[in-house]
Design a protein around this ligand. Structure first.
Ligand code: IPE
Ligand code: IPE
Ligand code: MG
Length: 259
């Protein structure tokens, strides 16, 4: 985060100058801190999730307006089943409420919904909400709003490795033909090509870990950690993260393009 921004406070008013030609094509966000946001207000944890859903709406429109091509949001991990049943049930109901109220706005903003994760393990009502939202927005060709729902990077890699091994066993692929592209195509981000790898990964709430998110795909992503808890994240916080991204020198192992 830029030094002139107070990491502790959500930024509400600062207008930041962004270079429209260097907007990160794929922004991925680990939306964290809903529970702590609620706790600080003496509210139940689920109140944080509810407010977090409103943040998703605002940030989706903001990202789309900025020209982001893919916005991937980590909504539920393969490890989040460890939480109390009531909280898990609430989190499973959220996509239903979200899409019920927000699909018209998504269509208006030409945003297409996509989902990655083990969605077959979600409750039937959640699966239906997701399927309907994908169908309702299938003709939108602006930003892709990609939810990671019951997603885990290690499980994704295991599934991908199994897929590749099956191709080898069936004689469709030689071991020596396996390369980066083979792996890209075996992962859940494959449909996002050419934007399958995030350019910018943001994690909110002050935690600085990946929590099993996109481990292969972030090999060269720029990472941005902010103390702002997800319900307090705004369009301006997003702009500040993108400003920080634009200040980075991405070398990909080579030398600086700048002198
Ligand atoms: C992120 O907020 C939402 C999900 C992981 C589903 P948390 O619920 O993890 O909030 P904290 O980290 O407990 O504050
Ligand atoms: C990561 O947040 C998962 C999502 C944001 C969906 P967690 O809150 O589950 O991560 P940990 O437990 O702090 O690592
Ligand atoms: Mg958390």
């Amino acid at each position: 985060m830029f030094a002139f921004l107070n990491k502790k406070d959500p930024v509400e008013t600062t207008e930041l100058k962004l270079d429209p030609k260097r907007i990160p094509a794929h922004v991925a966000i680990i939306m964290d801190g809903n529970g702590r946001w609620a706790k600080a207000r003496h509210l139940p944890r689920v109140a944080g999730h509810k407010e977090g859903m409103n943040t998703v709406k605002k940030v989706t429109i903001a990202a789309s307006n900025l020209g982001v091509k893919v916005l991937t949001l980590y909504a539920f991990s393969t490890e989040n089943w460890k939480r109390p049943t009531d909280e898990v049930n609430y989190l499973m109901q959220l996509p239903v409420n979200f899409f019920e109220t927000f699909v018209p706005d998504l269509i208006k903003n030409n945003v297409r919904v996509s989902v990655m994760g083990y969605t077959d393990k979600l409750p039937a009502s959640t699966q239906k909400a997701v399927k309907d939202a994908i169908a309702d927005t299938k003709d939108c060709d602006g930003m892709v709003l990609n939810f990671a729902l019951n997603y885990g990077s290690r499980a994704e890699m295991v599934t991908g490795i199994q897929k590749i091994a099956r191709q080898v066993a069936a004689g469709e692929l030689a071991v020596d033909e396996i390369d980066d592209q083979t792996v890209d195509e075996a992962l859940m981000t494959a449909p996002l090509a050419p934007y399958h790898d995030p350019d910018l990964l943001i994690r909110t709430s002050g935690e600085e870990r990946l929590s099993n998110f996109l481990l292969w795909q972030i090999a060269y992503s720029e990472l941005e950690f902010t103390d702002v808890k997800w319900p307090d994240f705004t369009a301006t916080t997003l702009q500040a993260c993108i400003a920080a991204f634009q200040s980075r020198d991405r070398r990909f192992g080579g030398l600086s393009a700048k002198k």
